[in-house]
Design a protein around this ligand. Sequence first.
Ligand code: C5P
Length: 238
Amino acid sequence: MTNDTHNNVIIACDFSSAAELFSFLSQFGDSRPYLKIGMELFYAEGPQIVQRLKSLGFPIFLDLKLHDIPNTVKKAMSVLSRLDIDMCNLHAAGTIDMMRAAVEGLTRADGSRPLLLAVTQLTSTSQERMNKELLIGGDIKDVVSHYALNAKQAGLDGVVCSPLESTIVKQTCGQKFLTVTPGVRFADSQTNDQVRITTPAMARQLGSDYIVVGRPITAAQNPHEAYIRCLKEFNNIQ
Ligand code: C5P
C-alpha cells in the first residue's frame, strides 16, 4: 500500500527545530505523509521550512489559526497561498466577513487555492469556560455547529474539530463539508493530555475526513510503522 491513495492521516509535527523534524522524517524513506506544521516550527524556522518540505513533495497543513481584522487576514492569507500549502486555517470567531476576506486572499490568479478550515471552539475550551469566561451562552455543540455553518456560508471547506463533533457538523453543514480531527489515539496507546479521544477507526465511523495524529506517531518506537497502522485503521485496510 502506498500513501498516495490514502493521504488522510496528517502527522502533527510538533518539533521545535528543522533538525528535529528532518531527523524524524528520515525514518519515512520515500513516503510522503501529509504534515501539519504549527506555530512553533513556523515561528522558529520561518516560511523556508514550508518551502523546503513542499520541494520534497510533502503535502502541508499550515496550522496558524489566523484571527484579525478582515483586511489583515486577507493579506496574510495571500502570502501563505504563495507558499503553495495544501491546507490552512483560521478562527471562525473572527466573523463571516473575516472568513470571506480570507478566501479572497487565498485564491490565486488561476482560481486555485489551498483548502481552508475554521477552528470553531478549541478542544481545550470547556463548556464552563466558554459560558462563564467568554460569555458565550448555550451548549458548546450548538456553538460548534453554528460556527461551522458560518464557515460554510463564508465559502470555507470545513472545520477542525473533535471527532466527537464530526457527526453534528456533517448533519448541519452536509457530508461534503470537511472535518479534520485531532484527538486520536490507538486503543492501546497513552492518552497524554488529550481528553475527548477516539481511535482512528472510530474517527472514520463518526465521519472524519482527515485525522491529525501527533504523539502516537512522533513518540512511537517506530514512527513509520505507527503511521502505517494509523492509515490502515482509519481507512479500514486489513
Ligand atoms: O500529539 P497529539 O496527537 O495530541 O497532537 C494533536 C495535534 O493537534 C497537536 O498539534 C495539537 O496542537 C493539535 N490540535 C488539537 N486540538 C485542537 C486543535 C489542534 O489537539 N482542537
